[in-house]
Structure formats: C-alpha cells, structure tokens
Design a protein around this ligand. Structure first.
Ligand SMILES: Cc1cc2nc3c(=O)[nH]c(=O)nc-3n(C[C@H](O)[C@H](O)[C@H](O)COP(=O)(O)OP(=O)(O)OC[C@H]3O[C@@H](n4cnc5c(N)ncnc54)[C@H](O)[C@@H]3O)c2cc1C
Length: 346
C-alpha cells in the first residue's frame, strides 16, 4: 500500500486548519495492516497518528510523519437473554451507530447521540454527554500494535476508563490502532433523564424521545463544524479541591459545582469562561463562541497560532479570576506527535 505524500490534513480536522502530514493512508481494509510493517517506506521511528474524523484534534503545525485515517466499516450483532452484543468496526460513524441501534430496537446509548467522530475514537477519551459515558456500554476494545503487528483484545476493565480518560491516553498512547469495539447493551432499559434539560421529559420518556431531544438541544447549542470550524468543548471541566470550590461558591453562589470523589469538586469550564467575560471574544480569526463559551471556533482561515493564543488568553484570564487551571480536552498535535496541551497554553 502506497501512502499519499504530502497528505493534506484540512479535510481531516473539524477545526478546518491548514496543515500537511509527510504521508497519509486511508485504512478501509483491516488485512492491509498485515503487510504495513513490511512496506518499503515503513520505519519504526516514523511518527504516526491515527485520525477518525479529526473532531478532537488541533494541529499546531505540520505533522512530519504518517497519518492513518480509519475507515474500517462493519457491524455484527449477537443476542443473549439479557443483552445485545455488538461488534463494530472502528471507522463507523458514532452518531450513525446510535441511530442504527435505536432503529433496531436496542435502546441504551441514546444520550450519546450526535457526538461527532468515529467508534474507534470513543474509547480513547471515554466520550460522554447528558449523564452517560461510553464505558457503560463497552465490552471490549480490539487493537493492532505498531511495535510487532500483533492483535489484542482489552476488556472494559483493562481499558481503565475515567473522565475523558483511558489506557489509550497512557500506556497504549501511539502504540495501537483501535480496529473494533465490542458493546454490551442490556435489554433491561431505563431512561437517563436526570441531566438538566432532559428532566422535563420525565421518567416515562422513550429512548426515541430522548434521542430527538438531545439532537435538537445539541443542534441549537453547538456550532456545526461544517459551518464553523471547532472541536467541541475545548477545555475539560476542571476538578478542584472542595476547599477551593467552597471558597468560590461563597463569592459566586450561582456557580455550578458537582461532587467528584472525596474532597474534590467538578466545576463547569464554560461557566467560568463566560463569567470571565470572554463569550464572543476573538483574537484574529480565532474566537470564543458567542453562545457556548466552552467552544473555541475558527471564524475563517484561522491559523493554529491564533487558536493557541486564544486558548492561552482564556486559560490565563480564568486563572487570574478564579485561581482555577483549565486543561484542554482537545488533543494537540505537533511536528512529530502529540504535545503536552497544558504546557502549550501556559
Ligand atoms: C461539535 C462537537 C461536539 C462534541 N461533543 C462532545 C461530547 O459531548 N462529548 C465528548 O466526549 N466529546 C465531544 N466532542 C469531541 C469528539 O467528538 C470526540 O472526542 C470523538 O470521540 C472524536 O472522534 P474522532 O473520530 O473525530 O477522533 P479524532 O479527533 O480523529 O481523534 C481523537 C484522538 O483519538 C485518537 N484515535 C482516533 N481514532 C483512533 C483509533 N482507531 N485508534 C487509536 N487512536 C485513535 C487520535 O489519534 C486522537 O488522539 C465533540 C466534538 C465536536 C466537534
């Protein structure tokens, strides 16, 4: 298989930033992996980057390595007395999978509707929304390993899922291609409607109602990357000590604040950015979205430097006002691979 060189990255990042990779491949057949390491152009030291739909990536510069765009397709289903078992190829579109499960009377994952990206990227940051996380339905994750070409299956427990976190951000970072994901959807279904705007649906809501409500909410709240380049929530919701949270709550009684384990609280990054007066703020062609302060947007031909400068400005303004450090949720990709996003915005 011959890579394309240079490989333009603009179609493969939802920020719509202009960048090139030294070379790139579209992976649509898993058997091509068997010969990948024998290719004349392959080198173990070649930086490599997996891309699904590029909806959680910021290219800070060109990428001097191999990009592999995952387009592996296929869904198979098995059934037990109490669950649906799905084996889904990693290049399937996440939202289409959710819609497909509902069309086939397998409710459960409706709260995760309309999250952009591929199935294979979902385990990496354990995607979540509206009170539900990917890990609740994950049975296993199948991988192909760059080091020696072996395949392995990781159970959900081995994946060590956390808040926007997993094994794939740590020991297996840059080491594997996620080729497929196994899902276990229990047949006993209960609506999850505790989260804010879903409460009005009540406990008799159907999965279809939840799905459509969430699609409408997301479409009205979040900018469509096809119209306005962005990568969703730019920052994670910060987890701080309960002492700091209580101190802030005294000054800002309306501040959203949730318990997050012992002696820790989670704050809403969007609220902090909004209260720092940054909603709608722009630097060059990079902006804080006018309705969603947590989303940084490409207002048209923004450069990576403009987005980075804006992220630095947002983080330092929030730090000065609230003594809270924001950490990016978006993955920053530099010349030879992922870079430390926290350092990059300090
Ligand atoms: C408008 C918008 C809304 C969003 N809302 C949410 C939300 O509500 N909740 C949420 O959790 N996220 C949200 N996101 C972030 C994003 O949708 C998720 O992170 C998604 O899982 C990224 O999928 P992707 O295929 O685009 O991954 P990419 O951006 O292509 O890749 C993300 C990371 O995963 C790695 N990766 C991708 N595929 C593979 C693979 N097959 N094997 C190994 N590594 C891989 C990449 O190398 C990279 O490090 C949103 C993004 C946007 C633009």
């Amino acid at each position: 298989m011959q890579p394309i060189s240079p490989f333009p990255l603009k179609p493969f990042n939802t920020f719509g930033l202009n960048a090139n990779a030294r070379m790139g491949l579209i992976l649509s057949d898993e058997t091509t992996l068997d010969s990948l390491r024998q290719s004349p152009w392959w080198s173990d030291s070649l930086p490599r980057l997996l891309i699904g739909e590029g909806s959680n990536i910021l290219f800070t510069t060109d990428f001097d390595g191999l990009v592999i765009v995952n387009r592996l397709k296929g869904i198979s289903v098995q059934e037990t007395d109490d669950a649906w078992l799905l084996h889904v190829a990693a290049g399937e579109n996440w939202h289409q999978l959710i819609a497909w499960t509902l069309q086939n009377q397998m409710p459960g994952m409706e709260n995760l509707a309309l999250i952009p990206g591929t199935v294979g990227a979902a385990p990496v940051q354990n995607i979540g929304a509206y009170g539900v996380e990917f890990c609740q339905f994950c049975d296993y994750v199948d991988t192909w390993h760059f080091a020696d070409g072996h395949r392995a299956r990781y159970s959900a427990e081995q994946c060590r899922f956390g808040y926007r976190d997993s094994l794939f951000k740590h020991e297996l970072h840059d080491q594997v291609i996620i080729t497929a994901v196994g899902f276990r959807i229990p047949k006993q279904w209960q609506p999850v409607v505790e989260y804010g705007p879903l409460k009005a649906l009540g406990s008799t809501a159907s999965a279809d109602q939840i799905f459509h409500t969430i699609c409408e909410l997301r479409q009205s709240k979040l900018p469509d990357p096809a119209m306005l380049g962005n990568a969703g929530s730019f920052f994670k919701n910060p987890v701080v000590s309960s002492a700091l949270a209580m101190e802030l709550k005294r000054h800002y009684p309306a501040m959203p604040c949730f318990t997050a384990g012992s002696e820790q609280n989670k704050l809403a990054a969007g609220w902090l950015i909004d209260q720092a007066g940054l909603k709608g703020f722009s630097l060059g062609a990079a902006g804080v979205h006018r309705d969603q302060a947590l989303v940084l947007v490409n207002l048209g031909n923004a450069t990576a430097n403009e987005i980075l400068s804006l992220a630095k400005h947002v983080a330092s303004t929030v730090r000065q006002k609230f003594a809270v450090q924001l950490e990016p949720e978006v993955r920053f990709i530099g010349l030879s691979g992922e870079i430390n996003s926290l350092q990059a915005i300090q």
